[in-house]
Ligand binder design. Structure first.
Ligand code: FMN
Ligand code: SF4
Length: 363
């Protein structure tokens, strides 16, 4: 196990990530109702980070009062939230992992209560999942949202993160702008590939101006929408190249999202569907690529690196089920691993707010 390529470090800008294993963004709903980090959230990430996970990305974090996707989701726009997140990043760093955070606005798929009663989107097109039709953002309102993303990136940097990941996946707001289905705008933010990509380009450009040259900027993108007429990997590749021109450092390849039926989404996120899409993107760009989806073992993860499909490999549910999976594998204790059964309990909303797992009772 010692000779795994997976365990080689990777340097991006001035940060050296100790190995290629990533904990991907998972919105646990473990934050306080006011968006501050809690001891539970810190403990959750620390336990994973201290078990040989090179990069820890905190799940979808709200960038403004009406952007969060869970009633107990983390937020990063107020002073108290920022100082609470400092403790979270510090704990991850001390555990030996590089702290990163995903920044998100939910857009039209949000719970209307969390959106302050006013859902927003690129166009007044209903979400297939919820049937809710958002208010079409004006060009001025788009600028406000760009500023919110950029300020949240600055806040993350000031709180000690070494990387932000803008959330352009899973049918949330940025994904809605990239999509030829959700985005029917006639202005500079809709229509052509370039126009639909514009909001992300502007966020990347402005964020880079503010966070400087040492900070890592990433993007997660659903490169296939998996519906007729939706974004395809061919068009996504063109967009990713545009984002690289705006100094994007790393791309995290996903597909589909909340607007798909849960059983279809489960199928899309299975081994080796997403991983192969990562390989398609990797052929097109020179920046590091993160692959994810249905990876249960370090053998599978190593094969992704070995086959040249990606530079880093994210393991989500498998590390929720057993945060010590990597350590146990490296120590040859494979029979002690508590394997994720893909039962999907972690997706289900629970009364007591916060993600639960049928395998891991210590959450
Ligand atoms: C409970 C739960 C919450 C998730 N939250 C997020 C999130 O906040 N942002 C995101 O981009 N993906 C989120 N995901 C998707 C994961 O990051 C990952 O891409 C997906 O689970 C597939 O990888 P896996 O098979 O290794 O779990 C979530 C997944 C689960 C199970
Ligand atoms: S709840 Fe089920 S699917 Fe989710 S991590 Fe646990 S075992 Fe895996």
């Amino acid at each position: 196990m010692a000779s795994l390529k997976l365990m080689n470090p990777l340097t991006i800008r001035e940060t050296t990530i100790p190995n290629r294993i990533v904990f991907p963004p998972i919105q646990t709903n473990y934050a306080a109702e006011n968006g501050e980090a809690t001891d539970r959230l810190i403990r959750f990430h620390k336990t994973i980070a201290q078990n040989n996970v090179g990069l820890s990305i905190i799940g979808a974090t709200g960038i403004s009062p009406f952007s969060k996707i869970g009633d107990h989701a983390l937020c990063l726009y107020e002073k108290e939230q920022i100082s609470s997140v400092e403790k979270l990043f510090k704990a991850i760093k001390e555990a030996g992992s590089v702290p990163a955070i995903q920044l998100n606005h939910g857009g039209r798929v949000m719970n209307p209560d969390l959106a302050g009663g006013k859902l927003v989107g690129p166009s007044a097109v209903p979400s297939p999942a919820t049937g809710n039709t958002p208010h079409e953002l004006s060009a001025e309102e788009v600028q406000d949202i760009i500023d919110n993303f950029v300020q949240a990136a600055v806040n993350a940097k000031n709180a000690g993160a070494e990387m932000v990941e803008f959330h352009g996946a899973h049918c949330f707001l940025l994904n809605q702008f990239l999509s030829p289905l959700a985005n029917q705008r006639k202005d500079q933010y809709g229509g052509s590939t370039e126009n639909r990509a514009r909001i992300v380009k502007e966020i990347l450009r402005k964020a880079r101006e503010k966070v400087g040259d040492k900070f890592i900027i990433g993007l997660r993108m659903s490169v296939e929408e998996c519906v007729d007429g939706g974004l395809t990997v061919d068009e996504s590749s063109k967009m990713v190249k545009m984002f690289v021109d705006e100094s994007l450092d790393i791309i995290h390849v996903s597909a589909g999202g909340l607007d798909l039926e849960p059983q279809i989404l489960t199928e899309v996120w299975s081994w080796k569907k997403l991983v192969n899409l990562a390989g398609d993107i990797k052929k097109q760009v020179d920046i590091p690529v993160i692959a994810v989806g249905g990876i249960l073992s370090l053998n599978q993860a190593e094969s992704v690196i070995e086959e040249g499909l990606a530079d880093m490999v994210a393991m989500g549910r498998s590390l929720v089920a057993d945060p010590e999976l990597v350590t146990k594998t490296l120590n040859g204790k494979l029979d002690e691993i508590d394997e994720c059964t893909y039962c999907l309990q972690c997706f289900a909303p629970s009364e007591d707010p916060g993600m639960t797992c049928s395998v891991n009772e210590n959450l």
